[in-house]
Design a protein around this ligand. Structure first.
Ligand code: BGC
Ligand code: IFM
Length: 808
């Protein structure tokens, strides 16, 4: 069952019922000011950091769900309704929500009034603009009242929901003409404020929540809206809000447009320590002037559309499988950009108060956005590498505002260092910018400890080399990619912190998945060395890779699949010998992606085992059989109920590893089948089961051991976005950057015949036409009519167009 449909022309998803199975959201903003907006107008806004500079208040875990946001109420002769349905939930005569790229437009009709809200964050400016259109679609005049409503957050979102003894006394506001200023300071920080204005004269306002909503009232029907009045209240402490009241008169068929702007502004530095309530209104005034007329706003929307067109134009395909095309051309790339902007901080499942930027997460996200914003990927790489330790290890996360490593979470995830090689290698292949390796980058943010980025990569690799366990396999540390596989952590009593030393010899648990990563990224590092003329280092690296490769074949192969790990006691994890957790997906994907076992025939066997033991109609589960009880020696993974999350859920992030692995052994049909099962455009049909947005990936879908198999959770902020984009664009369709030029190496299913693509790469346009011939697996590649050797099109400096034809 569907609750909407895709409009590929407009690049929108159109939702036609407000009560979707879960709130279906979109993101506004592309640089500093961001908002989350649901299909019913719920959500919140923040500036740069969802934890520290939050403008509006949102209540996670609220009842009813998603009932705080940036709202408009209409009181039409006693009928109170919202154009987005929430929070009044008054049934609408018609409803529609269009989530587009960086904007959302929702509209509702009730008793002859059509109200539509177009919300977006303009490029560059720190504000959210709403164009509110009101139309009388009857043949008699209409008089009604429009209210706006936002509830301000007292900046630090964590403090805002806990520290009431202080916060209920700090709220300050000011009202000047049609602009409401929220001036509450966050402790000593007096340098910023929020403002909320409308480009029309208002008939009243409120800034105190208790006055507007009522002390025992609710968002569903604020008392002032019920009374068709305003309190003109000036908040002093308690909960500051912003609400404008406008009396609207519309002749039959008449349409009026209003512009509301919610912005963030900073006082110049010298104001920082001035008297608390003096703010410099200049920055807000200039923004309000800039977005005052419909023409100005329409122009800003157009600029936003062009920005997205340009980003997406770096990779676009045309093919008869329109579901795949729409994901590749629009939604998958869009989600990759959202992961660039948000990392794992703010979604409807991440509260914006917890995690910062993940070292591992950000390196993987980069694989999905580097082709769209290479300059910003470069900055991101430097930020990430600056948090690395001198021994090659890394903080697991860092704070976006300070860019400093997060001490609470610390380090010890032994896969982290290798992801840096993955990210940098992808960046260099995309851009050819070898100079990045010469960039001087601090360790642990200490400028006195700066070394070249190349040295950082060297230490990343060195970290694994110096952390090998008894079987010659990499030590896992606190966990590898699977955060919940905690093989060296033994919690003693409930509530006590983890004790991180293993049995007598200390933590010795080993990860076969990190071994696969080491082989894959070690080879890429060796190539980088060779390109830089470091032949000796390349040879040494290849020798280390070979040792780990052999250790996997000797001690990491279980007979029918790759083993997952050895625990701290040297006991196998993910083996046929185990009672539960016999087979895991991660090492099957990563070892084959590293090329391990392809020649020996083990790769095929491992992937066949995945199909046999881990497949479900909704994707591949992470392990089988699910753990039914808690095991101290395995850690958090066994704390989840069977079928959820890392305990046998369909962890979408690693399904594309299997897709890629399948292409590496040439099985296009199976590769595509794995891709298709979790692909949002394909699963749109089962939205009532899936529940999350049908235009983006979710982190997890309940597996076959769960009660609600097929139900998805945690949409948007997941490495799934980047990896699935890599799997479809670079491996199934086969267009991927190499060190010497663009590689064209498709591995197609029978269902995809010919396709064409335009790939912008290192300043040139590649027009690629892929045809399927009759003669099996001979691939002939013609570049501008001339046949080339191999599948990597040599890059020629200054050449702007390449016409590539490939016959499969
Ligand atoms: C979650 C994981 C997450 C980990 C690290 C766990 O509770 O289940 O998905 O990666 O925490 O924060
Ligand atoms: O790999 C992790 C990721 O970094 C955060 N979410 C869960 C994944 C698997 O544990």
């Amino acid at each position: 069952m569907k609750f909407g449909y895709f409009d590929d022309q407009e690049k929108e998803y159109i939702i036609n019922t407000p009560d979707t199975p879960l709130p279906w959201i979109n993101y506004l903003g592309s640089e500093n000011f961001f908002s989350l907006i649901s299909n019913t107008g719920g959500g919140y806004s923040f500036y740069k950091d969802a934890k520290l500079l939050r403008l509006t208040r949102y209540r996670y875990n609220n009842v009813p769900l998603d009932s705080n946001g940036h709202y408009y109420y209409i009181n039409d002769n006693g009928t109170i309704w919202n154009p987005g349905w929430q929070p009044s939930q008054t049934p609408l005569d018609s409803y529609e929500c269009r989530h587009g790229l960086g904007y959302t437009r929702y509209s509702g009709t009730k008793n002859g009034i059509n109200a539509s809200v177009t919300a977006f964050v303009p490029l560059q400016d720190p504000c959210e603009v709403h164009k509110v259109s009101l139309e009388n679609i009857t043949d008699s005049p209409k008089d009604f009242t429009l209210y706006s409503y936002v509830e301000f957050c007292l900046w630090n979102a964590m403090d805002d929901m806990t520290n009431f003894q202080r916060n209920l006394s700090t709220g300050e506001v000011e009202v000047e003409d049609s602009v409401i200023y929220h001036k509450t300071e966050y402790r000593e920080r007096r340098n910023h404020y929020a403002y909320y204005g409308v480009n029309a004269e208002i008939n009243g306002f409120d800034t105190d929540r208790n006055t507007f909503v009522g002390t025992y009232g609710s968002n569903q029907e604020p008392v002032m809206v019920g009374k068709n009045s305003s309190g003109n209240s000036m908040a002093s402490g308690w909960s500051p809000i912003g609400s404008h009241r406008l009396s609207i008169h519309l002749e039959p068929g008449e349409k009026k447009e209003l512009i509301f702007v919610l912005g963030y502004a900073e006082n110049p530095d010298e104001k920082k320590w001035s008297a608390p309530n003096v703010i410099n209104k200049e920055p807000s005034r200039s923004i309000l002037e800039k977005y005052k007329t419909t023409a100005q706003v329409d122009e800003a929307i157009l600029a936003l559309k062009k920005y997205w067109e340009q980003l997406l134009s770096n990779y676009s395909v045309s093919m008869s499988d329109h579901k795949t095309a729409r994901m590749v051309n629009i939604w998958n790339q869009y989600q990759c950009m959202v992961t660039f902007n948000m990392s794992r901080s703010a979604s409807y499942y991440e509260s914006g108060t917890g995690r910062g930027m993940g070292f591992r997460d950000s390196c993987q996200d980069l694989l999905g956005f580097v082709h769209m914003i290479p300059e910003r990927a470069r900055e991101r790489i430097i930020d990430i590498a600056s948090t690395q330790f001198e021994d090659g290890g890394a903080y697991h996360q860092y704070q976006p505002l300070t860019k400093k490593g997060n001490l609470d979470i610390g380090s010890g995830f032994n896969d982290d260092p290798l992801w840096l090689i993955a990210g940098v290698s992808a960046y260099i292949r995309e851009t050819g910018d070898w100079d990045i390796l010469k960039e001087s980058v601090p360790f642990d943010n200490d400028e006195t400890k700066s070394q070249s980025l190349m040295e950082h990569l060297r230490r990343s690799l060195g970290f694994t080399k110096t952390h090998l366990g008894p079987h010659g396999l990499p030590l896992i540390g606190r966990a590898d990619w699977n955060d919940c596989l905690n093989l060296n952590c033994f919690s003693t009593e409930p509530g006590e912190s983890f004790q991180t030393t293993g049995p007598s010899e200390g933590p010795v648990a080993e990860s076969v998945m990190i071994a696969g990563m080491f082989v894959k990224y070690g080879k890429e590092y060796a190539t980088i060395c060779r390109m830089l003329g470091l032949d000796q280092e390349a040879l040494e690296t290849e020798a280390s890779v070979k040792e780990v490769y052999e250790a996997v074949i000797k001690s990491g192969w279980d007979g029918n699949w790759f083993l997952r790990a050895y625990d701290a006691f040297g006991v196998k994890v993910g083996s046929g010998e185990c009672e539960e957790g016999k087979i895991f997906i991660e090492p099957q994907g990563f070892c084959v992606m590293g090329g391990i076992g392809i020649e020996e025939g083990l790769a095929k066997q491992a992937l066949d085992s995945v199909e046999e033991h881990l497949d479900t109609p909704y994707g591949i589960v992470i392990l089988q059989p699910a753990y039914s009880t808690y095991h101290k020696n395995l850690g958090e993974i066994t704390s989840y109920p069977p079928g959820y999350k890392e305990n046998a859920g369909i962890f979408c992030h690693n399904n594309p590893w299997i897709t890629i692995a399948e292409t590496m052994i040439g099985r296009g049909n199976r590769a595509f089948e794995v891709y298709r099962r979790t692909c949002p455009a394909y699963t749109e049909e089962i939205s009532e089961l899936h529940k999350t947005e049908p235009y983006v990936y979710s982190q997890m879908i309940a597996g076959k051991d769960a009660k609600n198999m097929g139900e998805a959770k945690n949409s948007w902020l997941t490495g799934t976005a980047a990896w699935t984009f890599v799997s479809i664009s670079q491996y199934i369709l086969g267009i991927r950057p190499g060190f010497h030029g663009l590689i064209v190496d498709p591995c197609l299913p029978d269902s995809i015949g010919e396709f064409s693509a335009v790939r912008k790469f290192r300043g040139a346009d590649y027009h690629i036409q892929v045809n399927k011939g009759l003669d099996g697996d001979t691939k002939a590649i013609l570049v501008d009519g001339i046949k080339i050797e191999g599948n990597e099109i040599p890059y020629e400096e200054g050449k702007k167009e390449y016409h590539v034809t490939i016959m499969l």
